[in-house]
Each structure stands twice: as C-alpha cells, then as structure tokens.
Design a protein around this ligand. Structure first.
Ligand SMILES: Cc1cc2nc3c(=O)[nH]c(=O)nc-3n(C[C@H](O)[C@H](O)[C@H](O)COP(=O)(O)OP(=O)(O)OC[C@H]3O[C@@H](n4cnc5c(N)ncnc54)[C@H](O)[C@@H]3O)c2cc1C
Length: 397
C-alpha cells in the first residue's frame, strides 16, 4: 500500500482522514486496541461520559483544527466553556495559574510569595541554572517552587525531576514582582491567560466521540487488535506482513520490540526515551465547587488533579481523579471494586538530551520514508489540537 499508519489516536485518525479527503484511499491504519481514539477515548460510567485518558477539552484557539473536528462532530453538539481551574494549596483554594492569583491567598501567604518572587534568581539577574528543580526556583521564586511547582510536578511526572531538562519550560512567563504586588493590592488577577482559557466539550458525549466518528469515516481501513511489534526500516515492513511506500508512526517507539535495520545508536536512543503512566479513577460523589478542574500539589494526596465531571457533562454526577501509576494502589482499588483505567503511555517525559535524540531519530527514519507524528511519534507534550494541526500539515506537505 502507499501509506501505513501505526496507531488510531488523534494523530493517525487525522492523517488518514486528510488522505481520504484528498482522494487517496490506498492506506491502512493498524491499532493495538479494539477501538479508536487513543488517550482521547471515552466510555460510559454511571450513566455519563468518562474520559479514560483523563480530562480532555478541545481548545478553541485554532480555527482550522476546530473546523476539522466539527466536520465529524458538528459544532452544535459541543458546549463552550470559560475555563474555571483552581489550585488547592493545602486547603486554600485559588484560581490557576498561580502567579496571577496570589492575591486570593490569606495576607500572610501573599507576603511570603511576594517576598520570594522579588528574590527569584531571574529577577535578580542571576544566571539560568541547568537543573529543573533549581530552574523552577530561579524562575518563580522559592515559595511557588516549594509549595506548588515541585510537589505538583513530582506527583505528575514521578520523583526524579532532575532527569528533566528545562527547554520545555522556557515559555513560562517571568513572574513580575511589581505586577504581582499591584495584583495583590487591587485584588485582581494579572498576566496572560493559560491554554484552554476557553474550550469545548461535547454536550451529550465524552471527548472520544469526535474520534469514534473520525474512525468510522475510514470504514474497514482500520485493523484493530493489531499491536505493532516490529518495524523493518530498510524494507518498510511492519510485523513481517504489512509493507508500504510511506509509514507514519504515531505509536510510542519504545513499545516496538524489534527495530530491524535501525542503526544500533538509534535503537539505544529509543531505549533512553522515558514516559509516565496515569490512572484515571471515577468517584461518584458530587463536589461543592463550580471549577472544571482542580490541581492538588499536596504530597499526602495520591492524585494530582480532579476533574469535576458534573460541571462540564450536563446531567452527570461525580468527578474523576488523575494519579501517577507509581502512586496508585491497583490491587487495593481492584479489590474494592473501584472504577479506574490505567494509561501506560500518558506523558512523554522531557528528559535532558531528548530533543537532540529525537531529532536524530526522526531525521534518519524520514530518510527511509518513515515519519514520526504526534505525542509519541515526536515524543512531545502535544495536546490533541496540536496533534491534529501537525497531522493536517504532514498530509498536505
Ligand atoms: C491526563 C491527560 C490529559 C490531557 N488533556 C488534554 C486536553 O484537555 N485537551 C487536549 O487537547 N489534549 C489533552 N491531552 C493530550 C491528548 O491526550 C493527546 O494530545 C492525544 O491523545 C495525542 O494523540 P496521538 O494520536 O498522538 O497519541 P495517542 O492518543 O496516545 O494515540 C496513540 C495510539 O496508538 C496506539 N498504539 C500504541 N502502541 C501501539 C502498538 N504497539 N501497536 C499499535 N497501536 C499502538 C494506541 O492504542 C493509541 O490508539 C491530555 C493527555 C493526558 C495524558
């Protein structure tokens, strides 16, 4: 065939649908699960939608992407929300992002945060540190680092934060002492809005519905229950039986057992890629809040985020939690009959050296007409809208 697409998540589904809409039907998608959507899949739990890969919202910011998605799940089938996300700072609940909402804290805590923002290395002209943990303090001050960023990131990504680089954080805004002081005095937020300031969520379905529809548009051009275990790079043959002119890899490189013909150095590079796993658990009680989601840096709580389902799924109850697998007692949860889903591949980790390693890998594979695409193919923290945009661009180039 002309194109073989590995993985039926948003990346693979978008790429395949772009081919189809350009009149190309000589392709196949192969997927290890029995349904499409990847991390964006949903199911029904307790009579309402549940996103098994964690809370998923469609950012409104890219009109080409929303138009593409609405082509499968019509715009009228989505509700539009103004983001209400909060941080539970050990009992003090304030808006997110933290730097814009310090004014909501009790006075004593505001003073502490302000003091440390003034002392932050970047505000005092100190050189930028190399390590993630030092960098956070340099950028945001000791109080934000200690009370929020470090414990939260440890809970989400795992304990070894020093293996992470700082290149992925450079877009974080500088926290200005003067502006924070003014914000505290005037009791109002300041600064730029975070991603998902406005977002869409389907009115009567989970987020995964859009991708189920993308998959059904492909008919029998998806083979399910077909895990990829080998790629032959010189001959472009997958699992010893599928061969194609071009292969699009949207699955994790680390999940493929046999890399035939790949130079040893690059196979070693794949072995260095790291990721973290997340468990999503359903809790049937309602919460007394209007927030869509709440972040929890407190290390005593196993989960790091709660998604308040009844505030974005009309007619639903309960909430769901996101917990790093290493902090989740699966045996106990199973024994107690709780409802949870394990996502082995949740976050590609931005370890030191990853960018160079991926660049080399992707340049080599592209020379063989094998292209990495999406969260795993490119090993990047892309949200689904970015993955869709990248898949749209790859198909038209
Ligand atoms: C907790 C959490 C919250 C998120 N929230 C948001 C949000 O609010 N908004 C948003 O836009 N994005 C969000 N994302 C990101 C979003 O999930 C991803 O951007 C998107 O799913 C990436 O699409 P993908 O196709 O690249 O990868 P995936 O969705 O991971 O799809 C990969 C596909 O490949 C398949 N596969 C894997 N291994 C193999 C194999 N060996 N053989 C065959 N098939 C295989 C998988 O089963 C899957 O179907 C969130 C992610 C997480 C973890």
């Amino acid at each position: 065939m002309k194109y073989l697409i590995l993985g039926a998540g948003p990346a693979g589904l978008t790429f395949a649908n772009m081919l189809l809409s350009s009149g190309e039907d000589d392709f196949l998608v192969i997927e290890k699960e029995n349904s499409a959507g990847g991390l964006c899949r949903s199911c029904m739990v307790d009579g309402s939608p549940f996103d098994i890969g964690g809370g998923h919202f469609l950012d409104v910011r890219d009109p080409d992407v929303t138009k593409f998605v609405f082509g499968f799940l019509h715009e009228d089938e989505w509700d539009r929300y103004e983001r209400d996300s909060r941080i539970d700072l050990y009992g003090d609940i304030i808006g997110s992002p933290i730097e814009a909402n310090i004014w909501q804290l009790p006075d004593k805590k505001q003073e502490r945060f302000l003091h440390h923002i003034a002392e932050a290395g970047c505000n005092r002209g100190e050189p930028m540190p190399e390590k993630f943990t030092d960098w956070i303090e340099w950028k945001l001050g000791l109080a934000i680092a200690e009370d929020y960023m470090l414990p939260y990131n440890r809970k989400m990504f795992g304990e070894d934060l020093d293996s992470l680089g700082t290149y992925w954080l450079e877009k974080l805004p500088n926290v200005s002492y003067e502006e924070t002081k003014r914000s505290c005095a005037e009791h109002r937020p300041y600064g730029t809005q975070p991603g998902h300031a406005k977002f869409f969520y389907p009115h009567s379905y989970g987020y995964g519905e859009a991708f189920i529809r993308m998959a059904s548009a492909l008919g029998d051009r998806i083979h399910y229950n077909e895990p990829v275990f080998s790629i032959d790079y010189d001959n472009r043959i997958v699992n010893g039986k599928y061969s194609a002119d071009k292969i699009i890899v949207t699955i994790p490189w680390t999940g493929v057992r046999e890399h035939i013909g790949l130079p040893g150095k690059l196979t070693d590079s794949i072995g260095k890629l790291r990721y973290s796993s997340v468990v999503i658990e359903y809790v049937p009680e309602n919460m007394d809040t209007k927030a869509h989601w709440i972040y929890y840096p407190d290390p005593k709580l196993s989960y790091h985020r709660i998604l308040v389902r009844h505030n974005f799924c009309p007619g639903s109850k309960g909430y769901w939690t996101e917990t790093n697998l290493t902090r989740f007692d699966e045996d106990k949860a199973a024994e107690e009959g709780r409802t949870y889903f394990v996502n082995e591949y949740a976050y590609p980790l931005n370890t030191i050296g990853k960018q160079e390693l991926m660049k080399e890998l992707l340049e080599y594979t592209a020379s063989k007409n094998i292209y990495g695409l999406g969260r795993w193919g490119e090993w990047q923290h892309y949200n689904s809208d970015v993955v869709i945009r990248r898949a749209m661009e790859l198909s038209i180039n």
